[in-house]
Design a protein around this ligand. Sequence first.
Ligand code: GTP
Ligand code: MG
Length: 361
Amino acid sequence: MGKFSPDNMSQIRKEIGFSPEEIYRKLDEEYGSSSYRVLNKGKKRKWFRKQYIFEFELIQDQKKKDRKTIIDILKESKNERVSSLKNEETLTKIEQIKPETEKVLSSEFSEVWDYLKEQEVDSKWIEHLLETAQKENPKTFEEWKQKVNGVIEQEMTDWAEKNDYQILTLFGPTGVGKTTTLIKIMNRLQKGAKKIGVITTDNFRVGAYEQMKNYSEKLDFPLIQSNIDELKIPVNVFKHQKGMDYILIDTYGRNPKDTEMKEEIEMYLKTVNPESVSLVLAANQKYKDMVKTIRAYDGVSIDHLIITKMDETDSYGFIYNLYKEFNIPISYLTYGQKVPDDIELFTAKNYTKKLWEAFSN
Ligand SMILES: Nc1nc2c(ncn2[C@@H]2O[C@H](COP(=O)(O)OP(=O)(O)OP(=O)(O)O)[C@@H](O)[C@H]2O)c(=O)[nH]1
Ligand SMILES: [Mg+2]
C-alpha cells in the first residue's frame, strides 16, 4: 500500500535521513547509542535530494521497552488477558500469547505507526494518537488513518484570520523568513482594502532596509525605518496621524542563545504593546533547535507560531510535536520564496492532508 509494510513485532527497522549523521543522531536520541545495531545502509534519491536508509536492529533493553509500550496499547484495547498482567511477568507472558498479540497489532496498525515515525512524529505522540484512535476500533488502514486524523483535527485549532489586532510583530532566529512572511501577511490584509503601515527595525543586516524598500515600492505600502528604542514615534505616526488599520513591525533575527535577547524583547513589547506576537520558525531547522528557540522565549507572551520553508521538508510530524509540547497555536505556514503568494492559513485539516501526502508518493 505505502512505501513500507514493516512488521512492528519484528525488531528490524528502518530510519531515513538526508545524511548518515542525521540518522545516527535520530537513533541515538530515540534509543540511546548502545541500544541498536545498524545492519544495512542504503541510498535513494527523493526528488532532488539523496536520502540515506539504514536498516537497524534494536538490542535487548529496547525490545523490552517497546513491548511495554505495545502492552499499554493492548490494555486500552479491552484485551483482558493482557490488561491483567504486569511488567516483567507480562514480558514473559506476552511471549506465550504472541500470536494473539500479533492479531491485535495488525499490519495496518504497524503500517500507520511506522509511517508516523517516518514523518518524525515523536514516539510518545504516536502512542497517544494510536491509543486514542484504537478506542474507535479501526480495522483497515484507511480507517486507522482517518481516526488518527480525527484525533489531530480535534486537538489542533484552526487559525481563523480574525484580524482583531492593530499591531502585529514577528520575532525569530536569523534568516527564518520573518521579513518575507511579514510582507506576505501584509498583502493578505491589503486585499481586505485596509490601510497598512510597515515599520522595519532591522538596522543591522546589510541590505535589510533595501529589501523592505523594494517590497514597499512593488506592493505599495508606506514604510518607516526606526530604532527599536524609538519605536513609539513611528507607531504613533501610523496610528494617530495616518489612521492605519494595521501596523506591522519587522524585527532583526535574534540568536536564541543570546542571553540578553529576552530582556530586550520584553522591553520592546512593553513599549509598543502589539496585540499579535508571532514567533517564526523554519521547517528546515533541527527540531531540537526549534524547541530551544521556543524555550528561550519562555515568559514572553507568544500568541502563535509561524512555520516557514515548508517546501523544504517532506516530514510534517514536527508540527504536531511542537503543538503537543507547547500548545501554541500555529497561524500560518509558508511554502516558498514567492512574495506574496506562498503562504497559507494553518488549518488542522490541511495539515493532516499534508501529513499523509508522502504516503502515496
Ligand atoms: N524555500 C523557502 N524560502 C523562504 C521562505 N520564506 C522565506 N524564504 C527565504 O529565506 C531567506 C531569508 O528570508 P528573510 O525573510 O529575509 O528572513 P529573515 O528572517 O527576515 O532574515 P533576517 O532578517 O536576516 O533574520 C530568503 O532567501 C527568502 O526568500 C519559504 O517559505 N520557503
Ligand atoms: Mg529580516
